[in-house]
Design a protein around this ligand. Structure first.
Ligand code: DX5
Ligand code: ZN
Length: 214
């Protein structure tokens, strides 16, 4: 299993320390949650903070944009160090064009689906995507309860990927712990995002290793 700890739950007064802790851990990516207070009812952090994190991080930045009009900021996120850039299906009127623009900037393109958005809406783009991000909570906050039906959605994405011979990875975000993580692993998830479960644990490095074994 690939693990992408979410820095949304890190100690913002000690960001460098927490980034260095993740460098030492078995984490595969850094999950970066960008919230604009419009697309989601919360504001997290933006480009300067991502740049500062990238400076110390030794693993690829997995950037999750929870913002309106992501098209206006694609190249800024590339400059700030994004490796994966994931936009929300619900925020993109011209999704096909947005995916192409992300890949043209030499980033991996991801599309996130809110809990109410059906997987079938990705049929026409699945063969072009590098990543599908299934939201297993409503986006906006860390520490929420996992929505159980998310496992079924992961199975549906897997079917769509196999049917279309796509190389797309499946990432799941929200309420991930060892129990929900095991169910997601069975359902076909490739990458697990975990925020509060990692950062609120007494030994985050060990917690990441345990998630990695799922
Ligand atoms: C939620 C964010 C998540 C969040 C997950 O909107 O997209 O990445 O950090 O937090 P946990 O793992 O605590 O549910
Ligand atoms: Zn996220």
């Amino acid at each position: 299993m690939l693990i992408s700890p979410s820095l949304l739950s890190c100690d913002f007064a000690n960001v460098q320390r927490d980034v260095e802790m993740l460098n030492q851990s078995k984490a595969d990516f850094f999950h970066i949650d960008i919230m604009d207070g419009v697309f989601v009812p919360n504001i997290s952090y933006g480009l300067p903070v991502l740049k500062a994190m990238t400076k110390h991080a030794t693993k690829p930045m997995d950037v999750h944009l929870m913002i309106q009009n992501p098209d206006a900021y694609l190249s800024s996120f590339k400059d700030a160090g994004a490796h994966f850039l994931t936009v929300h299906y619900e925020a993109c009127v011209h999704l096909h064009r947005t995916i192409q623009a992300i890949q043209h900037l030499e980033m991996k393109a991801g599309v996130a689906l809110n809990p109410h958005t059906p997987v079938s809406l990705l049929e026409e783009v699945i063969d072009q995507l590098d990543l599908v991000l299934i939201m297993s909570v409503n986006p906006g906050f860390g520490g929420q309860k996992f929505i159980d039906s998310s496992c079924k959605k992961v199975e549906k994405v897997k079917e769509l990927i196999v049917k279309n011979n796509s190389k797309c990875l499946i990432e799941v975000d929200g309420g991930v712990n060892l129990e929900t993580g095991a169910a997601l692993s069975n359902a076909g998830a490739d990458i697990l995002v975990a925020g509060s479960f990692v950062f609120k644990s007494s030994n985050p490095i060990k917690t990441i290793s345990e998630l990695k074994e799922l």
